[in-house]
Design a protein around this ligand. Structure first.
Ligand code: GRF
Length: 189
């Protein structure tokens, strides 16, 4: 089986990217990252990519009308077969040639706690406020709205008494580190 070629799209710290870099390097994920696209300069995800010797394209949002086209032009130029949203914060208009080839990971058990405004700490705060006893992460195909699209897999974690948004986020993040490589393996196979 040929390795999957991934374009990883980042907007922030790049911890999801780092996990994929590490899994590709240790051979547990048969894939290679052929492009990293960042939605702004100066984010630490870019430093992580560059440390790993990966080429980074910065595609800024403005002008907004052409943002998706410019992102997918960078992806096409890399020859990537699969687009991995990794802490990517922007809605994309997915072109026909990338339908069912864009994956997202979200730090809750979708459809719960998804949608506009539900990212990062906001998700974990909402989970704790709801009194839910389980949370987790969801890997899904991205479509043209926030956090919808067919689910590939979910991985659950418990919500523990005394959890703060930070402690819950750390537990969910650990689940994400298993779930995303697993989902990519499934797609590739
Ligand atoms: C994680 O919560 C993930 O679920 C979401 O972005 C966060 C990680 O951001 N998609 P980053 O990879 O550290 O930038």
């Amino acid at each position: 089986m040929p390795p999957a070629t991934l374009a990883v799209l980042i907007s922030g710290s790049g911890s999801t990217l780092q996990n994929l870099i590490d899994r590709c390097a240790d051979g547990s994920l048969s894939a290679s990252i052929v492009a990293v696209v960042a939605s702004r300069p100066g984010i630490s995800g870019i430093e992580r990519a560059e440390r790993a010797g990966l080429r980074v394209s910065v595609v800024e949002r403005k002008p907004a009308e052409t943002f998706s086209d410019r992102v997918f032009a960078a992806v096409r130029g890399s020859g990537a077969g699969l687009v991995i949203l990794a802490g990517w914060l922007h809605l994309l208009r997915i072109p026909p040639d990338f339908e069912n080839r864009v994956l997202n990971i979200h730090p809750s058990l979708l459809p719960a706690f998804g949608g506009p405004g539900m990212y990062g700490r906001h998700v974990h705060e909402a989970v704790l406020a709801s009194g839910a006893t389980m949370s987790g992460c969801t890997v899904h195909f991205a479509d043209n709205s926030y956090d919808t699209g067919p689910v590939l897999l979910r991985r659950e974690v418990p919500v523990l008494v005394g959890d703060t948004p930070e402690t819950l986020a750390a537990r969910v993040q650990a689940a994400e580190c298993v779930a995303y490589p697993e989902a990519i393996r499934r797609i590739v196979q």
